[in-house]
Design a protein around this ligand. Structure first.
Ligand code: FES
Ligand code: FES
Length: 159
């Protein structure tokens, strides 16, 4: 017997998409596989690593812990939605580039979305607050120093 599909409408990066998905479809899979927005990375699928973090009504959420049907009615922003329409990098993206805040880049989309939300809440973080802002995201490559520098640089740029 084939699995029943539900009609859902997702608003992602300002575009409304109509999808037919099983009730169990994870938001991370819907974004990547149904919408082709592969900038949202999936690492642990257990809510631990933060690579799948997207913004829902501006708040960071783990896309691997949320069903696509639960995201109906929310304004979602993925890493693809952070740059300007003309491709201009956001201040957080610019800061990562300037501070070499990434190596392999697998974790980067989750950091960018998390920091974007964090700096909205606290535009001028102390060094400790900058560290705390990224405490929920894992990076296997960088040792975090340059990511913290990128948070501080983004704050200077006025993220
Ligand atoms: S893939 Fe979602 S937190 Fe790791
Ligand atoms: S840059 Fe490789 S996991 Fe963070």
């Amino acid at each position: 017997m084939s699995e029943p599909l539900l009609e859902v409408q997702l608003s992602v990066n300002g575009v409304v998409h109509d999808l037919r998905v099983p009730a169990r479809r994870l938001l991370s899979d819907a974004l990547r596989h149904d919408l082709g927005l592969t900038g949202t990375h999936v690492g642990c699928e257990h809510g631990v690593c933060g690579a799948c973090t997207v913004l829902a009504d501006g708040r960071p959420v783990r896309a691997c812990l949320m069903f696509a049907v639960s995201a109906v009615g929310l304004n979602l922003t993925t890493v693809e939605g952070l740059a300007g329409a003309d491709g201009t990098l956001s201040n957080v993206q610019q800061a990562f580039a300037e501070c070499h805040g990434l190596q392999c880049g697998f974790c980067t989309p989750g950091f960018l979305t998390t920091i974007t939300a964090g700096l909205r809440d606290n535009p001028q973080p102390t060094h400790e607050q900058a560290r705390d802002m990224i405490a929920g995201n894992l990076c296997r490559c960088t040792g975090y120093q340059n990511i913290v520098k990128a948070v501080e640089r983004a704050a200077e740029l006025g993220a």
